[in-house]
Each structure stands twice: as structure tokens, then as C-alpha cells.
Ligand binder design. Structure first.
Ligand SMILES: Nc1ncnc2c1ncn2[C@@H]1O[C@H](COP(=O)(O)OP(=O)(O)OP(=O)(O)O)[C@@H](O)[C@H]1O
Length: 619
């Protein structure tokens, strides 16, 4: 079981604006609290030992400058006597202090190492969790979201932006550990001379305020970098996916321009961001060194001159200050770089946000199989609220029957079918399964009883075997049997490695007809209750068509079939034909009856009959 931070710690975090800005990312840290706490504890210990080292250095300098003076003491009796040896000789004390400085330094080095290791572990765990979180987000969000989101931009978020976020986290972790050391330095300075420390803190704070204005520019530029990267990835993905079309249309010049422009925009945005970033470091270094020199002058000319500061203390003060200034440089530089990653952090937060995305509210009822019918009751649907693609659709799809959908391109056939696996939900009306609202069902239990066969079926870049068995745990024999029933046996056997042949990206190594037969074999293994057939629109040769038709008939036996038909010849035997026109059902009934009515179906029939006749004549 995973343990989380106690509620009071979570509430403490939640109230800060930093937390609110980064909440969606930082909240993932709660899933590995032990690692986070260990990283912080090691960082604290490293800082503490840095402090001890410097404390002992002060003792060392005091012993050097004033060997006969009062020996350095911590106030802890046993430590002062046994470890510091306050009752021993000057030389022995010097050796003991040197040994302590060395011990503190080595222990600090070990804790520094552990801090680094643990922050790396936290980073990697955080990034892994964020990737999983994005996966879960993309799985749970409704398909509507993908209609309005560019896949290239999402790819950029999962790859590039996540990588930047990891870098950002590394910088933040570094700053926190350095910040702790800085805190220890300030405490030491405070002990040596509080007046000088107050002056130093004031001056460095002023410096930090000045630098934050510069950092703001970097932060803004980072948003432009993220945006340009997203747009560039989108164009690159589109170019690769559409390479055949680009070459076929000889539009390489247009695409080159688009690609180069997007690439130029990334370059420009990155240069802008880097320019802003580059200013911060030299300005910070120059200003900090000025403060440092000013502090030395004040310390020597005022505090040492009037005797309020011993030479040993001054030396330690300056030593700490010399260590402090580069630490401040690093923190400032890192903060500026961190700002240059703000765009990426914002980008990931945007993907993870749940309040601005459409979600499918899942039901709990388990679907065990269709008993009576799927009913559409006065269903309205539109991808945009102001344009209905389905208008007042009322339809009964009876169990065990074949229902065919016919209509012109764009009439809404695919959309109607997409509402059954709840890719989208109706805007008005409802869909009932055996009299129960579809939304009451656990949607995966419904989807598991469904299969879709179309020429667009997605083929994964893996073997024929894995593509056929996709979503089922079928054994070798069952896969061969499905391939045989799907009339895919012959071409699979002819492939160089049979079932183990890799099908390439999106199945590029398959013909349209072969792809469809793989889809049929896949559907057969799934043994679906409800089968959706989206007939191929592209022309297949008559042998392929016959093979596919034959295997579809085998697949359809005993199932509830919803077929989107483009060729009327394939649906003559359907139990019901539904004619859609501009999202409305204009006719439904048996094929023969509808023809006799001489309505819309008859009209389509005439057109197809005529074109078939012309085709025959020309051949
Ligand atoms: N994802 C989408 N986002 C926005 N509009 C869409 C989307 N898919 C389809 N449409 C629109 O919805 C309408 C119906 O499309 P649909 O794909 O359902 O028609 P169809 O009858 O299946 O057409 P075809 O026979 O050409 O496949 C069309 O006007 C189409 O532009």
C-alpha cells in the first residue's frame, strides 16, 4: 500500500501560491513520501555538516591567531572536554580541530552524495508518475477532447515537455539544497556579526528583487518556446503521417515552407529565451561581487577598526561570505533557468487539468450480453452544440438481427454508430440497452462485447499474431482458426515469417483488403455480441470483395450486426435497412419493402444500378 503525507502537511502546502501553480505536478510527490523525506533529510544533514565544518574553521582560526586565548568551546561539556580537548595543549587542540574539520567535510560529502542520489530518484519517480498520469488522462478523457487537440502537441507534451520538466525539477531540487546551505551560512554570519549580516541580507534581498524583473522576461519567453515546440512537433507528425499524400501531390515545397517556418519559430523563441537568460547571470554576478566588496570595506574599516570584530571572526565571516556569494549566483542562475522551463510546467499542468476537459461519466452496471435490443430514443447529437449531426433519431436495433445504415456521405452513419460504444454521448434523448440507459453501464463491459470491422482498423506496429490477438488472450490454434475463417490464411502463410511477420507502422505492409481481413480475424477472436461493420468505401477487386463478404457472413452468424453499407448489394438480406439523410432517419424497413415504396432507398438503388451498368458497359 502507498502511504501519503499526513493531511496537515498537505493543507500547509496547498495554501502557498507556489503550490497552487504547481499543484498538479507536485501532488504526485505524495506517492513516494519516504524518498522525498529522505532526500530532504539528507540535504538538511549536508547543510548542518557544512555549518559544523565552518564552525570548526572559526575555532581553528582563533587557535591560530590567538593560541594562548580562551580555547574554543561549544558549551556541550563532554564534547568540549573529550573531543575538543579544552584541557589539553594548544597543539593538541589544533590537531583535534583539524580532524573535526576533515570529519565534518567528509560526512558532508557523503550526505551531499546521498542528497543527489535521492533527488535523482525523486525526479525519475515523479517523471514516471507524470507520464502514467498523462496516459490515464488521455484514456479517461472523452474522444471530443481529441477532436479539438492536436496529436503532435500531445506528443510534444509527453516527450519534450516532460523532459524539460525533469530538468526543471533538478534545478528546483538543487536550489532547495543550496538554499538550506545558504540558511546555515546566514546563521553562522549572524552569530559572528548580526549587524553585518543584516546589511548583507538587505543588500542581497534588494539584488534578488531586481533580478526577479529580469527573470519575468525569461519566464514569458519560455511560454513562447513551449508553444513553438508544440506547433513544430504537430507539423512534423503530420508530415510523417501524410508523407504519401505530400509526395503524391508533389507538395514538398509547401510542406518544406511550413516545416522550415515552424522550425524557425522554435529557433527564434529559443534564442529570445536564451538571450533573456544570458543577461541574468552576469548581472547577478556583477551585483553580488559589488555587494561583497562593499561588505569587506565596511567590515574592515568600521567593525575591525573599532574592535567589535576579532580578526579570526572577520576571516571566518569573509570565508563564509566568499562561499555564500557563488551559492547565491548559482541559485539566481538556476532560478532564471527554472523560469525558462515555466512554459513546460504550464504545458504539463494544462494536459493534467481535469476542470476544462470533457469526461465520460462511467456507470457501474455490468453488461453481460444483449438480450432484446439497442434503442435510440429521440437522440440528438452534434460535435458542436450549435450544429446537430444527428437529429431526433429513434431506432430499434434488435438482438440477433442485422441492421443496415444507408445514406449519403456525411449523413451521420458513423456518428450514429459511435454513440453505441459511447465514444460520444447524445446531447438530447437516450440510448437504451435492453431498456436500461447505456450510461448506467460500465462502458468497458459494453465495449468488450463489441467489435468493429472497418478498413480503417488500426494496425499496430507489431506481428500479425499480436494484431489478430489484440485484446484477447487467444492461443496459437485459435489465431490460426480465426485467420482461416477471415480468409486471411493464404496471405499470412505467404508472408516471410507467417504470424510473426511485423506489419510496420499503422500496417503499411498490408493492402486495404488484407487489413480488413486482419480486422475480421481480430473481431472473430473477440467473439462479440454486437458487431459493427463499416464497409470499405474504397474499391476492392472482386476476388477480395468476395472473400471479405464471405468471411463477414461467417462472422455475423448469431450476432447483432449494425452495418454501414455503401454498396447496397451487401445489405439485401438485412433484417432492417435505415436510411439517414442529414442526420435524420428518413426511411426504415425491409430492403424489399422500401424499394417498393419507391422512396430514398429506391433512389440510391437506381443510382447504383445505373453506375454498375455503366461500369459493365465500359469494361
Ligand atoms: N470528429 C468530428 N468532429 C466534428 N465533426 C465531425 C466529426 N466526425 C464527423 N463530423 C461531421 O459529422 C457529420 C457526419 O459525419 P459521419 O462521419 O457520421 O457521416 P457518414 O454518414 O458516416 O459519412 P461517410 O459515409 O462519408 O463515412 C459530417 O458533417 C462530418 O463533417
Amino acid at each position: 500500500m502507498r502511504c501519503k503525507f499526513p493531511p496537515f502537511i498537505r493543507n500547509l502546502f496547498k495554501s502557498t501560491s507556489f503550490w497552487q501553480e504547481n499543484y498538479l505536478i507536485l501532488r504526485e510527490l505524495q506517492y513516494f513520501p519516504v524518498t522525498v523525506v529522505l532526500a530532504i533529510v539528507f540535504a538538511l544533514l549536508a547543510a548542518a555538516f557544512e555549518g559544523f565544518g565552518i564552525g570548526f574553521l572559526l575555532a581553528f582560526l582563533q587557535s591560530l591567531v590567538d593560541p594562548s586565548g580562551t580555547p574554543f568551546q561549544t558549551g556541550i561539556r563532554w564534547f568540549d572536554v573529550w573531543v575538543l580537548g579544552i584541557n589539553t595543549s594548544e597543539l593538541s587542540r589544533l590537531y583535534r580541530i583539524s580532524a573535526l574539520i576533515l570529519t565534518a567535510t567528509w560526512i558532508r560529502a557523503v550526505f551531499n552524495y546521498l542528497t543527489q542520489v535521492y533527488t535523482e530518484v525523486v525526479q525519475s519517480k515523479l517523471v514516471a508518475r507524470l507520464r502514467q498520469k498523462i496516459f490515464e488522462q488521455l484514456q479517461s478523457v472523452s474522444l471530443k477532447y481529441f477532436n479539438s487537440t492536436n496529436s503532435g502537441e500531445l506528443i510534444n507534451s509527453i516527450t519534450g515537455e516532460i523532459k524539460s520538466l525533469k530538468q526543471a525539477f533538478a534545478l528546483a531540487a538543487f536550489n532547495i539544497t543550496k538554499g538550506l546551505t545558504l540558511g546555515v551560512y546566514t546563521l553562522i554570519l549572524f552569530r559572528i556579526s548580526w549587524v553585518l549580516t543584516v546589511i548583507a541580507v538587505l543588500l542581497f534581498s534588494l539584488l534578488a528583487v531586481g533580478l526577479s524583473t529580469l527573470s519575468k522576461r525569461v519566464r514569458e519567453a519560455s511560454f513562447a518556446v513551449s508553444k513553438a515546440n508544440g506547433a513544430f512537433t504537430a507539423i512534423a507528425v503530420e508530415l510523417i503521417n501524410g508523407i504519401r499524400t505530400v509526395q503524391a501531390f508533389a507538395t514538398q515545397d509547401v510542406e518544406r515552407r511550413r516545416f522550415y517556418q515552424a522550425s524557425d519559430r522554435v529557433e527564434k523563441a529559443t534564442i529570445d529565451s536564451v538571450m533573456g537568460l544570458a543577461i541574468v547571470r552576469p548581472v547577478a554576478e556583477g551585483a553580488a561581487t559589488t555587494v561583497l566588496v562593499f561588505m569587506i570595506i565596511v567590515a574592515v574599516s568600521v567593525f575591525v577598526a573599532n574592535g567589535t570584530l576579532e580578526v579570526a571572526s572577520l576571516l571566518t565571516f569573509l570565508f563564509v561570505l566568499f562561499r555564500l556569494v557563488p551559492a547565491i549566483h548559482e541559485i539566481n542562475g538556476n532560478s532564471a533557468r527554472l523560469n525558462s522551463f515555466r512554459g513546460s510546467i504550464e504545458n504539463i499542468s494544462q494536459v493534467l487539468r481535469t476542470d476544462d476537459k470533457p469526461y465520460l461519466l462511467n456507470g457501474t452496471k455490468q453488461f453481460s450480453g444483449l438480450q432484446k435490443a439497442i434503442e435510440f430514443v429521440s437522440v440528438d447529437f452534434g460535435y458542436d452544440r450549435d450544429y446537430l449531426v444527428l437529429n431526433n433519431v429513434t431506432l430499434t436495433i434488435k438482438q440477433g438481427q442485422t441492421t443496415a445504415l444507408v445514406g449519403a456521405s456525411g449523413a451521420g452513419k458513423s456518428t450514429l454508430v459511435d454513440l453505441i460504444p459511447r465514444f460520444y454521448d447524445p446531447i438530447q434523448g437516450q440510448i437504451l440497452i435492453d431498456g436500461v440507459n447505456l450510461q448506467k453501464f460500465d462502458i468497458n463491459s459494453v465495449r468488450r462485447k463489441m467489435a468493429v470491422v472497418s478498413q480503417d482498423t488500426f494496425i499496430f506496429n507489431t506481428s500479425v499474431r499480436n494484431n489478430i490477438a489484440y485484446g484477447s488472450e487467444a492461443d496459437e490454434d485459435a489465431i490460426w482458426e480465426a485467420a482461416k475463417l477471415a480468409n486471411a490464411l493464404e496471405f499470412i502463410q505467404q508472408m516471410p515469417e507467417g504470424l510473426d511477420t511485423q506489419l510496420g507502422d499503422r500496417g503499411v505492409r498490408l493492402s486495404g483488403g488484407q487489413r480488413q481481413r486482419i480486422a475480421i480475424a481480430r473481431a472473430l477472436l473477440r467473439n462479440p455480441d454486437i458487431l459493427i461493420l463499416d464497409e470499405a468505401t474504397s474499391a476492392l477487386d472482386s476476388v477480395s470483395e468476395r472473400l471479405i463478404q464471405e468471411s463477414l457472413e461467417k462472422l455475423s452468424v448469431g450476432r447483432t450486426v449494425i452495418a454501414i453499407a455503401h454498396r447496397l448489394s451487401t445489405i439485401i438480406r438485412a433484417d432492417k435497412v435505415v436510411v439517414l439523410e442529414q442526420g435524420r432517419i428518413v426511411e426504415q424497413g425491409k430492403y424489399k419493402e422500401l424499394l417498393e415504396q419507391r422512396g430514398k432507398l429506391w433512389h440510391y438503388h437506381q443510382i447504383q444500378h445505373e453506375s454498375n451498368r455503366l461500369e459493365l458497359k465500359s469494361s
